[in-house]
Design a protein around this ligand. Structure first.
Ligand code: ZN
Length: 72
């Protein structure tokens, strides 16, 4: 599912976890939010707003960190 130009509007329930990445060997500790509300453009460049939780929310936060040059 493409998520274009995502912006996190709200985040709830911070927790500590460990992640890996295709750019890394092994795991690193990081902090993520259990629930995030994201505004983004869909594949038709239509603005959407959606709440993501759990592993999907974690993946979005991981990928959005890469936008800022953060690996983990
Ligand atoms: Zn990664």
């Amino acid at each position: 599912m493409p998520i274009i130009n995502p912006v996190v509007l709200n985040k709830e329930k911070i927790y500590e976890t460990e992640e890996s990445c295709l750019s890394l060997i092994g795991f690193r500790k990081t902090k993520r939010y259990e629930k995030i509300e994201v505004e983004y453009l869909d594949r038709n460049f239509k603005k959407q707003k959606k709440v993501f939780t759990g592993f999907t929310a974690q993946i979005i936060q991981h990928e959005m960190d890469h936008f800022e040059g953060i690996i983990i």
